[in-house]
Design a protein around this ligand. Sequence first.
Ligand code: ATP
Ligand code: MG
Length: 416
Amino acid sequence: MKQSTLFTKTQKESPADEVSKNAELLIKAGFINKEMAGVYSYLPLGLRVMKKITGIIRDEMNAIGGQEIVMTALQDQALWEKTDRWDDKKVDIWFKTKLKSGSEIGLGWSHEEPLVAIMKNFISSYRDLPTAVYQFQTKFRNETRAKSGIMRCREFVMKDLYSFSRNEAEHEAFYEKAKEAYKNIFKRAGIGHLTYLTFASGGIFSKYSHEFQTVTAAGEDTIYIDEEKGIAVNHEVLTDEVLAQIGTSREKLVEQTAVEVGNIFTLSDRFSKPLGLKFKDENGEEKNVFMGCYGIGPGRLMGTIVETLSDDKGMIWPESVAPFRVHLLALGEDADARDEAEKLYTQLQAQGIEVLFDDRTAVSAGEKFADADLIGIPWRVVISPRSLKDGGVEVKKRTEEKGSVIKIEDFIASLK
Ligand code: ATP
Ligand code: MG
């Protein structure tokens, strides 16, 4: 893409009303637009990152047998009353609205109820199990706090997967696979080294649930990390008994501020029972389907990457989620250098390499460098009369202080 045609521009000043670093940088660089507190739109650069992140998640969910669907945001009152989750006193984050007829409907903040209602049409026998279904879908939550930029929104996309099993053992086997898939996701998104499998309370259905918590000062949670084991616990389960059970102890734990980027949860028959999702086992006996749920907020993950992998000049995207792989900068007005840059742009595109080409005229070299640092594309490649005189292009990784001049062919070969 040519930067001269990108409708978004970078801003020199930070937005005045943002306290979070992720929103500040993403708005400054033109990745997102703030609509109101906790509500953001994704612009071309931001949407490209979002698509890379959802691509990684989709890949991992498909790998464990997840089947993708998309459900509606609109929620039926009668259905949610059956599980006692309609009342605002029970769930305080509902957005609700009214039909012309006067009856109330809700905007979904989670999707156990409607999915169980769908699955009732298809599950009746042990032969229909196990199965797992997921979606990327917009959730609405009337969150009290909305000061963490895209990490806590009132409208946000969630990947929510739900598993349906015959019994606890079958559920456990899937749960373990999901745990590994989640680890892969955070590793592939570049924050694996900062993300801990965190033991949390499992309510009455299971001993524990698990959160994936990424260490960052921007988080709203506190976790206690056992670095040696590479795990953590949250405050709900910080008891000597639990610590002994998972093979750690208080002396080994270090307190850190973190953000929950994902969580996995055993639901057992919490929803299948009140909603009547049953199956006949091998002996013809009727049983409740055993469920689990598995959530990740791709936007929160994107915000977490910005919070943890940026410096004072701007963002630093891992290649796996970067909006483009290469940021090609043409400097100066020299016609030969411009031609070479155009040629390289065409060549990179022909190789299928995603490149943002800063072909803007009447923009100083200093501004182009500052924009490249702010936008944070992994490889910066400069073509100027000087680089050509020195033998090619100046190549610099976003994480490096200084680049080096290499031959154009060598650069192309190095990307393969
Ligand atoms: P939190 O405790 O941070 O509010 P939660 O327990 O409400 O999270 P879930 O309801 O399990 O989270 O949602 C699953 C995932 O969706 C979370 O792990 C997080 O990645 C994401 N998520 C939750 N709430 C928000 C939000 N308001 N904005 C963006 N992402 C969110
Ligand atoms: Mg919440």
